[in-house]
Ligand binder design. Structure first.
Ligand code: G3H
Ligand code: 13P
Ligand code: ZN
Ligand code: NA
Length: 308
């Protein structure tokens, strides 16, 4: 069934694991993710960015996800990733999403609260849940390119007031992750001390980790070997994700890993089969690669297998 994330987060918090939130843009991505989740009986969050909605169209994505729910029988939450306006959130709520993120993190504190509360009031009146954000991730959030200098860790002194005054159902934080495939110049480092302090201030409250792709070396190598150029690509080590999942983090966002798998697989296929031109021949293996990665993440990193 189509569900909110409320029950998922409650069980994840208590069970010390996390739910995977995977970004979707087309049929093959949706099929790869949902077939993986079905095989290991995992609850799922499928998230749609403003860019994804622009690319694929709200109705197409919603109908594809409905098809996946029918095929798998899994509890699936459909979530707007990085909503930036009330209007966008409202449109997704009215269009059947069960969860929205309002990302007011680039606004001053009071404006973030005001915007987030406006979304929460509308969402809750329709039975939809809301993710807010405090702190700014470096990297690319849709059209907003946040420079390293503009990035800022979440201030634990602000979290209680933000959650209380907005009524959000979950909170995205910034502890050193970033979006995209180039997350660290040197050694990977996350501020687990900040996460611990947030956990202490908000006991039992579900935290969300964005920018959580591990940028799997095998796929970066595959891309570089078959004509791509992504030198220095680097993600969050999976051990750190396991640690976050064992703490208050209940939702872990993964997009780049799926993009890399899809692109690497297709590059390899083209290099090895230069005469082929049937899209099913290269989209099929790409879909399988996504499925294998999602299964790996669910079973070996997030720990939400068997929890559907
Ligand atoms: O937050 C970033 C997600 O990976 C979505 O990316 O805005 O390019 O669809 P996108
Ligand atoms: P990655 O770029 O690390 O996959 O992060 C995705 C994300 O946070 C989507 O909101
Ligand atoms: Zn994000
Ligand atoms: Na957790």
């Amino acid at each position: 069934p189509l569900v909110t994330s409320t029950e998922m987060f409650k069980k994840a918090y208590e069970g010390k694991y996390a739910i995977g939130a995977f970004n979707v843009n087309n049929m093959e991505i949706i099929q790869g993710i949902t077939e993986a989740a079905k095989e290991v009986n995992a609850p799922l969050i499928l998230q749609v960015s403003a860019g994804a909605r622009k690319y694929a169209n709200h109705t197409y994505l919603m109908k594809l996800i409905e098809a996946a729910i029918e095929e798998t029988g899994l509890p699936i939450c459909v979530h707007l990733d990085h909503g930036d306006t009330f209007e966008l959130c409202k449109s997704c709520i009215d269009g059947g999403f069960t969860s929205v993120m309002i990302d007011g993190s680039h606004h001053p504190f009071e404006e973030n609260i005001k915007l987030t509360k406006q979304v929460v009031d509308y969402a809750h009146s329709k039975g939809v849940v809301v993710e807010g954000e405090l702190g700014r991730l470096a990297g690319i959030e849709d059209d907003v390119n946040v420079s390293d200098a503009d990035a800022a860790f979440t201030d634990p002194d602000q979290v209680e007031e933000f959650v209380q005054r907005t009524g959000v159902d979950s909170l995205a934080i910034a502890i050193g992750t970033s979006h995209g495939a180039f997350k660290f110049k040197g050694e990977a480092k996350l501020r687990f001390d900040i996460l611990e302090e947030i956990e202490r201030r908000l006991p039992g409250f579900p935290i969300v980790l964005h920018g959580a792709s591990s940028v799997m070396p095998e796929y970066v190598e595959m891309i570089n070997k078959f004509g791509g150029q992504m030198p220095g690509a680097k993600g969050v080590p999976e051990d750190m994700l396991r640690k976050a999942a064992s703490m208050a983090v209940c939702k872990i966002n993964i997009d780049s890993d799926l993009r890399l798998a899809l692109t690497g697989t297709i590059r390899k296929y083209f290099a090895e089969n230069p005469s082929h031109f049937d899209p099913r021949q290269y989209l099929g293996p790409a879909r399988t690669a996504i499925k294998e990665i999602v299964k790996h993440k669910i079973v070996n990193v997030l720990g939400c297998d068997g929890k559907a």
